[in-house]
Design a protein around this ligand. Structure first.
Ligand code: GGG
Length: 340
């Protein structure tokens, strides 16, 4: 079976880590018996410079014609590319897992939680009025969007340690009172899940001093964006954090990190991009009910986990000596070893 994957290479380290991830995906496709057709979908800062548009219409059409999208990091044009795509394709659930590994230095052990970020509303709705003198942005929270993201968070908690923390700022903004109230309404349908809530400032603090207490964090868009970088730092590094943007019918997968424009791409850590690819295989496997895709995703997940727990094959950001492409070669060896 052939699946069409639109690919946004992005900016900075993007083209390099995405190119290597495509090679890795083709390798997995050969090993596990499926075919991926990659559709080049140019978008980002460089494309804007060349064409005047960060996300040209042809790119959008390619994405719309594909089964899923693998996206690299983009730079200054995040609003016109990823924030736009999340809203246009109604990719309302941003799933961002964070976890510590034995071989990756971190201030904490046994951190394992997921941020479930509402992906279409809040200040990122980008309804703004800005001139030289003032800037006004509309904070949008609706019952409908909060309900559906809360369901995602509670269903996810059922597969995990059955705890959801609703993160908001309801002591200052009534819109976030609506978010909290709606999330608690959904909690009523999930009696097995323990639920609590926190102001975002306290959640940011607890994440630093007590990160093991979190399982699933349910939060609006802006807080989810900010807490994600903090979570990555608490778990060790943003270099390994992948994420999924999921709607009813489509999924877009990307690293949590940005484009790191000053970094030599060969010294970049490709794991966040690879983790995004792993999440894509898993989602596509479920959606298309294809056991080969699911198996490839599981093997890739295990191979990355083994390498990160062992802590020997690491890129320079993690204190290792492996260049980006060498890391991918070693990862392929681990995949082959696990497949035997
Ligand atoms: N600091 C991580 C980073 O630059 N991420 C890219 C970004 O800002 N994306 C926009 C978003 O996730 O809303």
């Amino acid at each position: 079976m052939t699946y069409r994957i639109s690919v946004i290479e992005g900016d900075g380290i993007g083209p390099h880590i995405v190119g290597l991830t495509k090679q890795l995906l083709s390798f997995l496709a050969d090993e596990y018996g499926f075919t991926l057709e990659f559709l080049d979908a140019p978008a980002g800062d460089k494309v804007e410079k060349e064409t005047g548009e960060a996300l040209p219409k042809e790119t959008l059409n390619k994405i719309l014609s594909s089964d899923a999208c693998l996206k690299g990091p983009v730079g200054e044009t995040a609003r016109d590319v990823i924030v736009f795509l999340r809203q246009k394709l109604d990719l309302y659930a941003n799933i961002r897992p964070f976890k510590t590994y034995r071989g990756v230095k971190s201030r904490w052990d046994n951190v394992d939680f997921v941020i479930v970020r509402e992906n279409t509303e809040d200040l990122y709705k980008s309804i703004e009025d800005v001139d030289e003198e003032h800037g006004v942005a509309l904070l949008v929270i609706t019952h409908k969007a909060t309900e559906r993201i809360a369901r995602v968070a509670f269903n996810m908690a059922m597969q995990r340690r059955k705890k959801v923390t609703i993160v908001h700022k309801a002591n200052v903004l009534r819109s976030y009172q609506l978010f909290r109230k709606t999330a608690y309404e959904i909690a009523e349908g999930f009696k097995e899940v323990k639920v609590d809530d926190m102001y975002v400032d306290n959640a940011a603090y607890q994440m630093i001093i007590n990160p093991q207490t979190f399982d699933v964090i349910l939060t609006p868009n802006l807080f989810g964006d900010i807490l994600s970088d903090e979570a990555a730092g608490v778990a060790g590094t943003i270099g390994i954090a992948g994420s999924a943007n999921i709607g009813e019918n489509y999924g877009l997968f990307e690293p949590v990190h940005g484009s790191a424009p000053t970094l030599d791409p060969e010294t970049a850590n490709p794991i966040a991009q690879i983790t995004a690819a792993k999440m894509m295989l898993e989602w596509l496997g479920e959606k298309k009910n294809n056991k080969n895709l699911k198996q490839a995703s599981q093997i890739l997940s295990k191979a990355v986990e083994n390498i990160l727990n062992e802590g020997k094959i690491l890129t320079p950001d993690l204190g290792g000596k492996y260049k980006c492409s060498q890391f991918i070669d070693e990862l392929k060896k681990e995949i082959e070893r696990l497949g035997k």
